[in-house]
Ligand binder design. Sequence first.
Ligand SMILES: NC(=O)C[C@H](N)C(=O)O
Length: 356
Amino acid sequence: MHSAQGQTEAAAGYLKKASRIEIQLFNFCISCHGSLILRFGSMKPVIVVHGGAGCIFKEREDGSRSGVIRAALKGYSILKQGGCALDAVEQAVALMEDDPHFNAGCGSVLNQKGEVEMDAIIMDGKNLASGAVSAVKCIANPIKLARLVMEKTEHMLLTDYGAQCFAKAMGVPEIPGEKLITERSRERWMKNLEPDSNPHKFQTDLGTVGAVAIDSEGNVACATSTGGLTNKLVGRVGDTACIGSGGYADNHVGATSTTGHGESIMKVVLARLILYHMEQGMSPEEASDTALNWMKTRVGGLGGVIVVSNSGDWAARFSTKQMSWATVKDDQLYYGIYTGERLTKSFEEALTSEGF
Ligand SMILES: NC(=O)C[C@H](N)C(=O)O
């Protein structure tokens, strides 16, 4: 009896192993609707980035547009050279963190005390590994620290002082907080401190950054980074650092990165909700619209999302007035800011015009 059971278990174990070997050899996956996606050879890489949903002031439009285009070109170049989705999203987001047009890294909005406190998350769709940091100060690229949390610790989220100690231990250079503060974010912070101010008016100019990608091996990844909300309470942690809210990536479905009103995004767990709708058979676009609409009607929150599916379909959708976004697929760049806007250029032409 025992030995028969033992044999059965051994056979089951062998089968598990055998099917795993097959999966590695042929790299196929069974989608949620039961259809078989065979990926002999390689996937076409795709990257989608966003520079935040909200209301982008006229004077910031050009900078915002060129910032997302540059980030998408950077990420796609990595993918085109055979780099992995994780590297592509990390580098694309780091580029936007360094760009003062966005509310992430340098250019982040200020908390009530006039300091920059940043949140970031990265996730690997291959094994669902993820790393995040929240309320971090005095580092240039929170997304790189989030990746170190993912790769060098057994944890998924480090915050504030602990994250700072970890950064030090990892040799991440500390920079003066002042270096992350732009004239614009200081002005806005001061305006919001005036007794008759309306901080909500300025919350519409959000500017969080994010990226999702699929690489030639069919692996997906996401990354999101933000300074959060203007004049937020010290220690406020937003959606960006929270897995399933600020982003989610799973090779079985796809990857998504979100932006918008963080507390609303957390209430509906927006990133995972989109992937859930895709598991139920919706396209990235339908899933995004359904989830954004749900967030609007259920909790009155507005936002934007970017999505890539595990078959390389993508979407950039928002319920706010604007969201800057850019995508590269099949060596073609697509980008826009306004609802319905979809401009296009070849990858090569864009590389030249952006001076890469
Ligand atoms: N700009 C944003 O997207 C804000 C971010 N979701 C937050 O609430 O922290």
